[in-house]
Each structure stands twice: as C-alpha cells, then as structure tokens.
Design a protein around this ligand. Structure first.
Ligand code: NAI
Length: 468
C-alpha cells in the first residue's frame, strides 16, 4: 500500500506534521530511529531541560528567597537522583503522549532508520538490519539537528566530563566547577541548572555579548542578572581547545581581538556552540536532493525540495532552530500536501530562554530596525514599578516594545523578567494581527498581573505610561 505521506523524523516538526496530515484525511507513516517518538526536543532537549530548570529553581528558591516571604524551611538538601527521576518521568509521559496521538490518528509509526530512495520511495532499516521499502506520494524530511561542536576545534565529547546538552542533562553529581563553552541558549539554560544546584559556572563566549542576536539592551541587563546570581563571564574569548585533564578538563581560550591564550580547569565542560542540520545517512545526495552551502536541505517558499514530492522542515532547513517553528512548519506542510494554503509567518516567531528570570523576544530587535533604516519608537516599563512583581519579589527586568514611528504598528517585543516566556505571546498575537502599541495599551489588563507591565510598555510607546 502506498502512503499519502511518509515523514522521516518524529520530532516536533515531524509528529505535528503527521497529526495534522492525518486530521486532514491523509494516510501517514512516520519513521523514527530512536526507541521513542518526539525527537531531540522531547527526549533530550526542551522537555527534560525544562524539568531540570524548574526543579533546580525550586531548590534554589527554597535555599534563598522564600525566607524573605516569611517561609522558613531551613537549608534544602538535594536529591539529584530523584530530580533526574522527575526529569525521566516527564520525558516518558511526553513521548507516550506522541504514541497516543499516533494511535488516535491512525498514523503508522515505524521504528528504524529512514533513507530517501528518490521520488516516492523510502527505505527503513530496523535495529536488526532488516530493510523494507515503502512507497508514498509525498515524503517529508524532518530529521532535525545534531550537536555542532566547536567550529575548527577537535573535541572529544564523552558525555561525562566533556558534555554536550545530552550529557549536560544527565550528570550523576553536581560538579564543583563547570565551564560552559558558548553563551547561547543551551549554555545559559543548562549553566543555570548546575549553578543553582551549587556549581561555580564560567561561560566562555566568542562574542562581546551573551545571547548574540537578542536585543542588546536585554542581553546586557540579563548578563548583569546572571552575574549577580554567580555566573562568571569571559566574553570576546575564543575557545581553541578542550581536553581531559586529571578527573576534569582544561579549556584553552584566547581573546578574539588578539592577545595571550589562557586556560581554565573545570570538573565538567559543557559544549554549547550550536547545532547543525542532521542529514547523515539519509541518502539525499543519491536521491538528488540539494543542500544549501550550510548543509541544510534547500527548500522553496512552499517547503519543496528540488525533487518533486519531497519536502523538508524544521531544524534541517533554514530559519531558527526552534521546536515551535518546526511545529508550525509541520502544520503548513501538511496543509500544502492536502491541497490547502499552508503558511508560516517568520516575522512573528517568539524565542524564549527559560532561565530565571526568563528572556523572551518576538519580532525585530532595536539593532535590526536601526540596521534596516526603519524609523521606530521605543516604550519601556520596568517590573520594579509593577505591583504584582513587588508582591512576588520578582522585580528584576523590564518590557520593551518597538513600534513603527509613523504607523505605530508593533514591530518587536522584548521581555526579561519572571514569566517572560508566557507574557511574550500577547505581543505575538498583537503582531500577528498587525496591531499597534495603542491597541495594546488600550486593551484592559487584569490587575494585579505581571502582564500589566506589557500594557504599560505599550502605553509608553505611543504616549506615556501611567505608573512611571
Ligand atoms: P547558540 O547558537 O545559541 O549559541 C552558541 C554560542 O557559542 C554563540 O554565542 C557563539 O558565539 C558561541 N561560540 C561558538 N564558537 C565558540 C568558540 N570557539 N569559543 C567561544 N564561544 C563560541 O547555540 P546553542 O546554545 O548550542 O543552541 C543550539 C540551538 O538550539 C540554537 O539554535 C537554539 O536556539 C536552540 N535551543 C533553543 C532553546 C530555547 O529556545 N529555549 C533551548 C536550547 C536550544
């Protein structure tokens, strides 16, 4: 039997595409080489890291800030094994959720490694080396990404002492010292987990700023907050070597602007210098599927590769490597294959860093607007002036809104603060509907909420805030 659609990869892009396509009446199969569905995100990425971020934050708060609220519990003790068990249970319930969705939507999940054999044909090889060839009218490549390592540097990741994010969510004990190579999202999130649990964390970052690409004002203030929490930063520092040394590892780095190299020792080194599209063993070259110069599967505006009937989405194609971007692409591809008009608005894809406080952003940064020569206006509001934030001792941070100077249309929103990752969505919805800062400022917000800071920042953008 030929399927309407075979998807290779069951991460957020692949499984969402499968569910949507099945909902639209297509006969769908998903090929997955891992033992469980859900890809990097559910198995070793977003979901387990959030379980650890939450648990480590509760541990940290219990030891620090709740006494100020009048809650005395004494010094907390860490049960890392139990914390990891919570993480594993979270993963299990999420990956089982995907299995349930497949059953509910009559999607065939096929365990094994998929390979594109050309138009309409895919082979699957299971653990025992048995191969079968499946036929489909359409094929979707949703194979995601893999750890990129440090560009130009040979590093042996053993996932014990020198770890990627995979080992970084599974350490057996809290290291006394940890060096994080790369001050991007993974480095700061996992660095936060181990810092809260007691590690002394040093971040070595090539750029002069952490979270490169974020609004500069946000990343600067966020860096100060992390430094206050105990993070040490070596910025403008290029890591040129990481090697095992005794029971730990040694990191060599040199100033990007030139100067003497230095070394730093740590019990554990986390390599968090980006991810690369995963296309190995997929048979793309033989099938004639073109890659772009950065090794990503090349697609047109409708997710079509150069080979008819073969589509690609998620981390393996251009754009931010984010689970929710892949999910939206999955929906769009399913709709396109089903003959509908699938579309993703790349101007409104939120990004969240799940640290404490969280950092969230959507749309353009101030630097991007400047570079594009757009006339813009800015409105800001600090959480120190928000009643709910004071009540919760969560006054660190601010909301920043950027709008077109002429039309007042909101072009970007940036939040650093408690719950930023939830609050950002009201700006995203506003932007999706082409709303203005006045629209947002005139929308009644419940009092007292942190979200009132978003409203106040909008008021500040088109006229003046009330509470400042
Ligand atoms: P990243 O690209 O966010 O950050 C890597 C950092 O490493 C960059 O700042 C870069 O300048 C630095 N770097 C590169 N080479 C270096 C060197 N030799 N020495 C010092 N620094 C160096 O990559 P990351 O954090 O590994 O994340 C990978 C992907 O996963 C990203 O696309 C990210 O968006 C995604 N992700 C998203 C999450 C979220 O949305 N919350 C969570 C985790 C990952």
């Amino acid at each position: 039997m030929a399927y309407d659609l075979i998807i290779i990869g069951s991460g957020p892009g692949g499984y969402v595409c499968a569910v949507k396509a099945a909902q639209l009446g297509l006969k769908v199969a998903v090929i997955e080489k891992r033992a469980t569905y859900g890809g990097t995100c559910l198995n070793i990425g977003c979901i387990p890291s959030k379980a650890l971020l939450h648990a480590s934050e509760v541990f940290h708060q219990t030891g620090h800030s709740i006494a100020e609220l009048g809650v005395d519990v004494g010094k907390p003790t860490l049960n890392l094994e139990k914390m990891m068990a919570h993480k594993d249970a979270t993963v299990k319930s999420n990956v089982e959720g995907v299995s349930f969705l497949f059953k509910k939507n009559k999607i065939d999940g096929i365990q094994g490694t998929g390979k594109v054999l050309g138009e309409g044909k895919v082979s699957v090889t299971n653990d025992k080396g048995e191969e079968q060839v499946l036929e489909a009218k359409n094929i979707v490549i949703a194979t995601g990404s893999d750890v990129a390592g440090i560009p130009g540097v040979q590093v042996e990741i053993d996932e014990k002492v020198i770890v990627s994010s995979t080992g970084g969510i599974a350490l057996e004990k809290v290291p006394a010292t940890m060096v994080v190579v790369g001050g991007g999202v993974i480095g700061l999130e996992l660095g936060s987990v181990w810092q809260r649990l007691g590690a002394k964390v040093t971040v070595v970052e090539y750029l002069d700023t952490i979270l490169g690409g974020m609004d500069a004002e946000v990343s600067k203030q966020f860096q100060r907050m992390l430094a206050k929490q105990g993070f040490d930063f070596k910025l403008g520092a290029k890591v040129t070597g990481v090697e095992k040394s005794g029971s730990g590892a040694k990191v060599t780095f040199e100033p990007v602007k030139g100067g003497d190299a230095a070394t730093i020792d740590a019990d554990v080194v986390l390599i968090a210098t980006g991810r690369k599209p995963f296309t190995e063993g997929l048979g793309l070259a033989e099938a004639g599927v073109a890659l772009d110069p950065r090794g990503r599967v090349e697609i047109d505006g409708h997710f079509r590769t150069n080979v008819p009937g073969i589509y690609a989405l998620g981390d393996v194609v251009r754009g931010p490597m984010l689970a929710h971007k892949a999910e939206d692409e999955g929906v769009a591809v399913a709709e396109i294959i089903a003959g509908q008009a699938g579309h993703v608005n790349y101007d409104v894809i939120p990004g969240v860093v799940y640290t404490q406080p969280e950092v969230a952003s959507v749309g353009k940064t101030e630097e991007e607007l400047k570079a594009a020569g757009v006339a813009y206006k800015v409105g800001k509001f600090p959480f120190t002036a928000n009643g709910r934030a004071r009540a919760m001792l969560a006054t660190d941070g601010f909301v920043k809104i950027l709008a077109d100077k002429e039309t007042d249309r909101v072009l970007g929103g940036h939040i650093v603060g408690f719950g930023a990752g939830e609050m950002i969505h009201e700006i995203a919805v506003l932007m999706e509907f082409g709303g203005s800062s006045e629209d947002l400022g005139r929308t009644c917000h419940a009092h007292p909420t942190m979200s009132e800071a978003v409203k106040e920042a909008a008021l500040a953008t088109f006229f003046k805030p009330i509470h400042m």
